[in-house]
Design a protein around this ligand. Sequence first.
Ligand code: TMP
Ligand code: ASP
Length: 256
Amino acid sequence: MLGKKTSYSEGTVNDLSRLKQRYEGKAKKVFATNDPELFIVAYKDDATAFNAQKKGTILNKGIVNNAVTAKIFAMLEAKGIPTHFIKKLNEREQLVRAVKIIPVEVIVRNFAAGSFAKRYGVDEGCPLEPTVVEWCYKSDVLSDPPMNDDTAIALGWATAAELSELRELSLKINSLLSEFFRVRSLRLIDFKLEFGRTASGDIVLADEISPDTCRLWDSRSGERLDKDRFRRDLGDVEAAYQEVMKRVLGEVNAGV
Ligand code: TMP
Ligand code: ASP
């Protein structure tokens, strides 16, 4: 999808007030464009945790998450993963293919952390083999409850074939992302993905991949460089996001 010809070019500054807002989430707004196949996503600095019980702002988070997502989605596309991403337009906005989000959030865990560590009473950082793939139902009002395949199929959120595709794509993405972060001295502990259906029914990766949606620990010090700094009041939240952006956009040391 990266090659789609559009009237939008990099550096485009949009008057978002003239576009029809399709959706406002906790961290992003989605706008319709004059092309029904295209949406513009605008990244905000708003941060929430624990299903919006905790609210705040992370200064320039929108800039970081837009840049990090753009770089990662372009990398994934280049490695054969279909995504909704077309191009970054400016500091806070990107152009994406219009999709309907599948209400199945995919959580991929390489090491125990967060709700998983709490649920099963295991230490954070404990390696998980095989990698654990979990589904949650995407619903703010219900606080994204965990679910299994039968639930997703019985309630019509995805077919069995789609769930297999989501699992396979997510594990491929995990391999690519783990290596991408490894050479940037970051350990990918876990992350959340969302997928969408295009008008023709194809499944593509959507939403974002950023320090909001991944747990990233510095490979040497183990320091947390992700949204857990905000969730757990660890301090230096903005600095952690900036550090991730610097490593994601910067030169890599493949020998790390
Ligand atoms: P968890 O351990 O809290 O279940 O989170 C697992 C991963 O999913 C972690 O990298 C953070 C990410 N995540 C989101 O992106 N959005 C969410 O709403 C939640 C709960 C987690
Ligand atoms: N998406 C969750 C919320 O809104 C936050 C999280 O990432 O933990 O509260």
